[in-house]
Design a binder for this molecule. Structure first.
Ligand SMILES: Cc1cc2nc3c(=O)[nH]c(=O)nc-3n(C[C@H](O)[C@H](O)[C@H](O)COP(=O)(O)OP(=O)(O)OC[C@H]3O[C@@H](n4cnc5c(N)ncnc54)[C@H](O)[C@@H]3O)c2cc1C
Length: 455
């Protein structure tokens, strides 16, 4: 891809952007700007993409800019593709349909997924099967599981209507509907996913396509998109870019420097998968489009509020569940509470935030049931383990004000192998055995302990 028309326009927060990695073989485009030659490969100039990190403190951003990507994939582990997984590992996910891509029956009802590990699935370091378990197996005892989709919530009559027309009444309601992926807002998707060279870590149906595209990448543009909407785990599109970069470097073993180009204010509006073309609109000049040929495309879809909430009485003006930022209690309906991506809590939407919120919500509800005032406040804790290579992670942790809320008494802005193991091996256990059982309310108490009560 010619880089000149996609220069950095600003270093402010990116709203809609195209991030690309160019891998042009020598001679393929002799006129490419800012080109460097390197052992048979030609590279365009590098512009670090760290400015996009909403989650990073300025200190961490600064450190991050200084660090170079390490490129060793995990040693001693056998890399496998999806055809090599065992029946035991498969755990029923072979049956999955188009979860998150809005076609057909939603398999997310029968399967529950640990989404944060999809970053590593898209890069081939984990299998998709390892990310899911049957919903039945994680359902707590004593719970009646209604296997239908919520269509509407009516807080004036204290009822929930499901897609089969059933009305369920409640005394107290906790809304945890997540957010809505909108692949269909990009012309050509989701059908384009039927073609090779395109993937998306944001849905179980498309995450393995990222890994396929990465493995089959032989040269040309690798393009990573970021939408102009709120996203869950805003670091995820960047993580797959780093991992792809690490993978490709290892593959060719000749590259000395990172070579990433960031194009801000470019919003993916169309994918012509049959021609391997992605169309971006310049958000500063609506109507002005750029067509980019790709050899690999990773799509981060536009996202928005759950359709069961948006436009209803529980929503704010945008469509998110309108809850109190301290107590997670609904602002107008005191018997309704919210948690996670579906809410308008002014913090980054992550699983780590959900864990911390769960501890507060637990407290708020037990106080409310006793007709007492909620006394514990959510500080906005959220975290993004930023995977920078196949064995390093920067663990970013923040509160509502973007102030670092780091758990460990070490410099977490540094890329660390220990943090990679936490992300890849420890966090999934914490999720399945801690959070889903109500035993993990985030690292708050451990942070206090490790900082001798000072944080
Ligand atoms: C690629 C990727 C990487 C990520 N990396 C990280 C990370 O490193 N760290 C981190 O902390 N977070 C990460 N996240 C974000 C994290 O996964 C989410 O923030 C978290 O799952 C939000 O939890 P939730 O319960 O609010 O929503 P979800 O986990 O999305 O759960 C919502 C549930 O509601 C169900 N549902 C939706 N609509 C309806 C309906 N109408 N009726 C009935 N049920 C419905 C869904 O099926 C789903 O089970 C990542 C996410 C992705 C996709």
């Amino acid at each position: 891809m010619g880089g000149s028309e996609h220069k950095f326009r600003s270093s402010t927060l990116p709203i809609g952007k195209l991030v690309s990695v160019e891998r042009n073989f020598r001679g393929s485009d002799p006129a490419a700007p800012r080109r460097k030659e390197n052992g048979g490969l030609a590279w365009t100039g590098a512009v670090p993409p760290q400015e996009r990190l909403r989650l990073q403190s300025s200190h961490q951003q600064q450190r991050l800019r200084q660090t170079a990507l390490q490129d060793a994939r995990p040693r001693g582990r056998k890399w496998r593709n999806r055809h090599e997984r065992t029946d035991e590992e498969d755990d029923g996910s072979r049956e999955r349909g188009r979860c998150g891509t809005q076609r057909g029956k939603d398999p997310c009802v029968s399967m529950h997924y640990y989404q944060p590990i999809w970053t590593l699935v898209g890069a081939g370091a984990k299998t998709a099967a390892s990310s899911g378990r049957s919903t039945a197996s994680v359902m707590p005892s004593g719970v009646k599981w209604v296997k239908s989709k919520v269509e509407e919530i009516n807080p004036d009559t204290n009822t929930v209507r499901t897609d089969d027309g059933t009305e369920i009444s409640y005394e107290y309601l906790i809304v945890a509907l997540g957010l809505q992926l909108h692949y269909e807002r990009i012309k050509g998707l989701p059908d384009g996913f039927e073609h090779p060279k395109i993937g998306s870590n944001y849905s179980i149906q498309t995450v393995e396509k990222t890994w396929n595209a990465l493995q089959n990448f032989k040269g040309g543009n690798a393009v990573f998109s970021f939408p102009n909407t709120p996203v869950k785990c805003a670091g995820a599109p960047q993580k797959i870019m780093y991992l792809s970069d690490a993978y490709l470097r290892k593959l060719w073993e000749i590259v000395k420097q990172r070579d990433l180009q960031v194009n801000l204010r470019q919003n993916l509006i169309e994918v012509r998968a049959d021609k391997q073309e992605a169309v971006f609109e310049n958000l500063d000049k609506p109507g002005e489009t750029t067509v980019v040929e790709y050899e690999m495309l990773h799509v981060t879809p536009p996202m928005g509020p759950s359709l069961a909430i948006k436009g209803g009485p529980l929503a704010d003006e945008v469509g998110w569940l309108d809850v109190d930022r301290d107590t997670l209690q609904h602002k107008r309906y005191p018997n309704v509470f919210g948690i996670g991506d579906c809410t308008n809590l002014p913090t980054a939407k992550t699983g780590a935030a959900v864990a911390a919120q769960s501890a507060i919500l637990n407290r708020t509800i037990s106080k409310t049931l006793k007709k007492e005032k909620p006394d514990k406040k959510y500080d906005g804790y959220t975290s993004c383990p930023l995977v920078t290579s196949y064995n390093t992670v920067i663990l970013a942790e923040f509160d509502y004000n973007g102030q670092p809320l780091e758990t460990f008494p070490i410099n977490q802005a540094k890329e660390r192998r220990l943090m990679y193991h936490m992300k890849a091996d420890l966090m999934p256990h914490l999720y399945w055995h801690g959070l889903l059982r109500g035993l993990w309310g985030g690292p708050g108490p451990y942070r206090k302990l490790l900082h001798l009560g000072m944080k």
